[in-house]
Design a protein around this ligand. Structure first.
Ligand code: CO
Length: 182
């Protein structure tokens, strides 16, 4: 079972690596890693389990956050109380995006960043992702709002980028009136 301490902290240089393209079929190891990532994200969003196992609530995780420099990530999105939708995106890319940009008003979070970070991280309000599923089939996924932000955040991880890299150093709230808060 994946533990919170297994997730790399922002100070770990591996988080700055550019992850490598995945070849199919997936290895047994990758399949197992994906399962443990899904379980962590799912359980972390259920209060009882997150307390019991000391999990940090999160909806997305990239392989590199566990030290595996391969281009895939997992998102477990709560669509209703206790009801989750799971996404596994392998070799993902954005093939189209909205002009409109949004940001998380409360500030974006990351399982690798264990401190509060203030500031605006501009993200596309809507994106269409192209990726491969676990069987190597090409898929297109359209996302908006929080889910779209999550996909962009995770895709950044595969390129060694952390969310606070997008925050303006001199004026962390730059763009407040330009972009829509969610
Ligand atoms: Co993150």
């Amino acid at each position: 079972m994946l533990k919170t301490k297994d997730i790399l902290d922002e100070k770990d240089k591996r988080l700055r690596m550019i992850s490598k393209k995945v070849e199919f079929p997936l290895t047994k190891k990758d399949k197992e890693l994906i399962s443990t990532m899904i379980k962590y994200l799912h359980d972390s969003q259920i209060d009882e389990l997150s307390e019991k196992y000391d999990l940090r609530p999160g909806m997305g995780m990239s392989a590199i956050q566990l030290g595996v420099a391969k281009r895939y990530f997992v998102v477990v999105n709560e669509i209703d109380e206790g009801e989750f939708e799971t996404y596994v995106l392998i070799n993902p890319k954005i093939i189209s995006n909205s002009v409109e940009k949004i940001y998380v008003e409360m500030g974006e979070g990351c399982l690798s960043v264990n401190r509060p970070v203030e500031g605006i991280v501009p993200r596309y309000a809507r994106v269409t992702m192209e990726a491969y599923d676990m069987e190597g089939r090409k898929v297109h996924i359209r996302a908006r709002e929080e889910l779209a932000i999550c996909f962009q955040h995770e895709l950044d991880h595969l390129n060694g980028i952390l969310f606070f890299d997008h925050i303006d150093k001199k004026n962390p709230f730059k763009g407040k009136d330009e972009y829509r808060a969610i």
